[in-house]
Ligand binder design. Structure first.
Ligand code: NAP
Ligand code: ZN
Length: 349
């Protein structure tokens, strides 16, 4: 079956309409008519070959929501007509310790929603900037939000879980002061989720224009990180920092804001390394530097249910597929509050 998609044929070329094929659903597969797909900064890193190993044609998109249009004979958890989501993972080995623990995101054989090897044509996975997708039922999430919110649910499938998982792992909650660095797609979800978990949230932004907006998202305090005096006022105050910044920057400026035993977890994945942290900023207060990658399937379902229960969705700006190249430029300027979402109906032309 041939469907319409948007993708690129090389890292230095813009995205353009392309026709792609999807496999016929197998016994455990779910076929989804994609309604909306969020635009993650990872899509830009990958399609422009800023990370190693991009396969072309590259069709990005791993914040997928839509409706089930067919199910295989052995699918038990999803039915035609259900509202569902697909995030960054469409397959894994299903047997290793990580998969057994529901941490498919750390499986050595995790298959990403785009740019991962697959027997299907063209030999690598193609993502959600497309009309339909066929996915093994294990990796299909249930959406319990009202249908009217569906477009704003899409970014939860990556930005939501990537921030929820470390906030849970490092047990953020009442009594904690939490910094969220970089108020983009991930960061704005980090603020909303940390707030809902009961923490005192301090947002760090390089953009003066986001000062008031970050408060509206649920930040109790906002710091413009380019202002050294404002930064110094928060020294040794934070229990945990979630750093979502998509570019190399000075990590030391943030370590000094952590209390004794505090942790800064990096989720941002810049194309080139951060300047190395100063060891003394870590050893003097037994501070930790950590990383975290998306989240497993059970935790992604838990996050979606948590968001449905607390009325949490992303703040989005809807675009047509043919606006994607301009949207990437605006994302690089930090000019989106806070996530672009493609209306996949626009792919029909
Ligand atoms: P985004 O919407 O572009 O947001 C990134 C934010 O970082 C910007 O809004 C900006 O916030 C800040 N920023 C950008 N350039 C900066 C610079 N040069 N110096 C300081 N701050 C800067 O991107 P996103 O979609 O949230 O993704 C963020 C990063 O996370 C990307 O690298 C992406 O690939 C990565 N990611 C990782 C995972 C994972 O599993 N670990 C999952 C998804 C995405 P302010 O304007 O507030 O400063
Ligand atoms: Zn993503």
């Amino acid at each position: 079956m041939t469907i319409k998609a948007y993708g690129a044929h090389a890292g230095n070329l813009p995205l353009e309409p392309i026709d792609i094929a999807r496999r016929a659903p197998g016994a455990h597969d779910v076929k989804i008519d994609i309604a909306y797909c969020g635009v993650c900064h990872s899509d830009l890193h990958q399609v422009r070959a800023e990370w190693a190993g991009t396969r072309y044609p590259c069709v990005p998109g791993h914040e997928i929501v839509g409706r089930v249009s067919a199910v295989g004979a052995h699918v038990s958890g999803h039915q035609v007509g259900d509202l569902v989501g697909v995030g960054c993972i469409v397959d894994s080995c299903q047997h290793c310790d990580d998969c057994e623990d529901g941490l498919e995101n750390y499986c050595d054989h995790m298959i990403g929603t785009y740019n991962a090897p697959t027997p299907d044509a063209p030999g690598h996975t193609l993502g959600g900037y497309s009309q339909q997708i066929v996915v093994h039922e294990r990796y299909v999430l249930r959406v319990r939000h009202p249908e009217a919110q569906l477009a704003a649910v899409a970014p939860l499938l990556c930005a939501g879980i990537t921030t929820y998982s470390p906030l849970r792992h490092w047990r953020v909650g009442p009594g904690h002061t939490v910094g969220v660095v970089g108020i983009g797609g991930l960061g704005h979800m980090g603020i909303k989720l940390a707030h809902a978990m009961g923490a005192h949230v301090v947002a760090f932004t390089t953009s003066e224009s986001k000062r008031e907006a970050a408060r509206a998202l649920g930040a109790h305090e906002v710091v413009v990180s380019r202002n050294a005096d404002e930064m110094a006022a928060h020294a040794k105050r934070l229990d945990f920092i979630l750093n979502t910044v998509a570019a190399p920057h000075d990590l030391d400026a943030f370590f000094t804001l952590l209390k004794r035993d505090g942790t800064m977890t990096l989720v941002g994945a810049p194309a080139s390394p951060h300047p190395s942290p100063t060891v003394f900023n870590l050893i003097m207060k037994r501070r930790s530097l950590a990383g975290s990658m998306i989240g497993g399937i059970p935790e992604t379902q838990e996050m979606l249910d948590f968001c449905a229960e607390h009325g949490i969705v992303a703040d989005i700006e809807m675009i047509r597929a043919d606006q994607i190249n301009a949207a990437y430029e605006r994302m690089l300027q930090g000019d989106v509050k806070y996530r672009f979402v493609i209306d996949c109906a626009s792919l029909a032309g």
